[in-house]
Design a protein around this ligand. Sequence first.
Ligand code: PNS
Length: 164
Amino acid sequence: MIAIYPGSFDPITNGHLDLIQRGSRMFDRLIVSILRNDAKEPLFSVEERTEMLREVLHVYPNVEVDSFDGLLVDHAAARSATVLLRGIRAISDYEYELQMALMNRRLGPQIETVFMMAHEAYSFISSRLIKEVFSLGGNITGLVPPSVESRLQARLQSKLKGVS
Ligand code: PNS
């Protein structure tokens, strides 16, 4: 069974990583796919995010990294995936996730969305919050992989140099 775990991953957090680890034990193959046409003005380019994901995911032999444009269900069909994997942290995620899952079911009835509960240790974190806290000098150690923390540090420094 092939599953797709889609998202922005700007950047990958330990919450994503936990879900990927658990997902890799459930499915024969797990494809972590980055949305390309992201209107959210990402901090890291798709290429940088692909590199970051590969750096931390190369230890999982059945996990690969990809990116996609357009509809998720089309990407899933093109990759012969029958499952979309998503994480739910809190009840506030549920409404958005339900909407997406039902729309995706309508668009691609052969593809099933599977939800996993986020690990309680990471249920309060999001990529957005990580970026905000880090840019304000807060400690994010243990919430993202060390390689991601280094990249955030480098990006923050180059941004500061840009404004000075
Ligand atoms: O991690 P995110 O940013 O919440 O992921 C959102 C994502 C990438 C899963 C979602 O925006 C998506 O699937 N976009 C692709 C476009 C699409 O298929 N839209 C219709 C699905 S309801």
